[in-house]
Design a protein around this ligand. Structure first.
Ligand code: NAD
Ligand code: TYD
Length: 335
């Protein structure tokens, strides 16, 4: 099977490429990635020389590039490519519209013209908006995005639906909760906490730290996507979640505890504008219809993740010595 992965040099995409190359000896993967600040070929060094893997640098929003790549003929497109950080979308939403909306449209159109058999679009639980203290989002929940990031992802989901309904393009949308694991860019909460703690730097908690996220170990997400490629039904949406809901404050304390670092590193800062209070996903559909099961407990996943950052200091130090931190942290001041 020939698979085009977009955004494969990012966190989930690189984990997915490694996952499927090791499990499917007959799959060939082409990775189309623009290499934005979040794209990192260091995350794929171990698969670099695999004859079934090819990297192409390019923008999914560029029609010519996409057309040229798709001429190679693909059975499946897995669209991970996106601007993915909420804080950045608050500072400047333009690249989010360009990549997440326009880029998805260009890919959908390319998939239609080149007869791709499955377009798997990687979306997020953030398209559903925010929950109060009760309930979970199902695949039927309305799209009520609150951040420019979530709005751009919701727009892309709508385009995917439209391409299925209008042109019969075989599209599947997945909406996953917050991922964590190896190779995650240290602007996201868990790698930020781990790497700051390793450097004995303060850990910013937005607002009161009582916002709730559902965390899933990235390999469990990859496993679900692999299953969906093989058994998912075109036109359907599947929620994928870790069934692991914790407040940010509890999570940070838990990580500091495992690492033997003091809670005094925690610094409360001003809240994220429009900060979603709680995400929680009902994953009955994928569990019942595709018999998907979570395999990694939160405790085990966190231990593995911390260990990975301990053993791969050069990977994250190279990133943290760059400019990225100044970019978004100017938004938050100590409270
Ligand atoms: P990431 O930011 O780590 O990686 C994004 C990748 O896309 C990078 O390699 C980047 O270079 C590439 N990219 C960006 N713009 C591009 C463009 N125009 N053309 C080609 N490549 C481009 O993101 P991630 O955390 O790996 O997330 C991957 C996908 O999963 C995204 O679509 C995101 O919305 C979705 N998602 C992420 C999470 C999470 O917790 N990280 C949860 C649910 C869904
Ligand atoms: P993040 O990893 O950015 O994911 P998302 O916003 O997509 O859920 O943030 C996870 C949660 O952690 C979110 O409620 C915002 C909060 N947060 C902090 O409190 N401090 C931080 O430095 C970061 C990056 C996030």
């Amino acid at each position: 099977m020939k698979v085009l992965v977009t955004g494969g040099a990012g966190f989930i995409g690189s984990n997915f490429i490694r996952y499927v190359l090791s499990r499917h000896p007959d799959w060939e993967i082409t990775n189309l990635d623009k290499l934005t600040y979040a794209g990192n070929l260091d995350s794929l060094r171990d698969v670099d020389s695999c004859p079934r893997y090819l990297f192409v640098k390019g923008d999914i929003a560029n029609r010519k590039v996409v057309d040229k790549v798709l001429k190679q003929g693909f059975d499946v497109i897995v669209n991970f490519a996106a601007e993915s950080h909420v804080d950045r979308s608050i500072i400047d939403s333009s690249p989010f519209i360009k990549t997440n909306v326009q880029g998805t449209q260009v890919l959908l159109e390319g998939a239609r013209q080149h007869g791709v058999k499955l377009f798997l679009h990687i979306s997020t639980d953030e398209v559903y908006g925010s929950l109060g203290t009760e309930g979970k989002f199902t695949e039927e929940s309305p799209l009520l995005p609150n951040s420019p990031y979530a709005a751009s992802k919701a727009a892309a989901d709508c385009l995917c639906r439209a391409y299925y309904r209008t042109y019969g393009l075989p599209v599947i949308i997945t909406r996953c909760s917050n991922n964590y694991g190896p190779f995650q860019f240290p602007e996201k909460l868990i790698p930020l906490v781990i790497t700051n703690a390793l450097e004995d730097k303060s850990i910013p908690i937005y607002g009161n730290g009582l916002n709730v996220r559902d965390w899933i170990y990235v390999a469990d997400h990859c496993q679900a996507l692999d299953l969906i490629i093989q058994q998912g039904k075109p036109g359907e949406i599947y929620n994928i979640g870790g069934n692991n809901n914790t407040t940010n404050l509890e999570l940070v304390k838990y990580i500091l505890n495992i690492m033997g670092k003091p809670r005094s590193l925690i610094t409360f800062v001003s809240d994220r504008p429009g900060h979603d209070r709680r995400y929680a996903l009902d994953t009955t559909k994928i569990r019942q219809q595709l018999h998907w099961k979570l395999t990694t407990s939160f405790e085990e996943g966190l231990r593995r993740t911390i260990q990975w950052y301990l053993e791969n200091e050069s990977w994250w130090r190279k990133i943290k010595s760059g400019e990225y931190i100044k970019y978004y942290h100017r938004m938050y001041s100590q409270t």
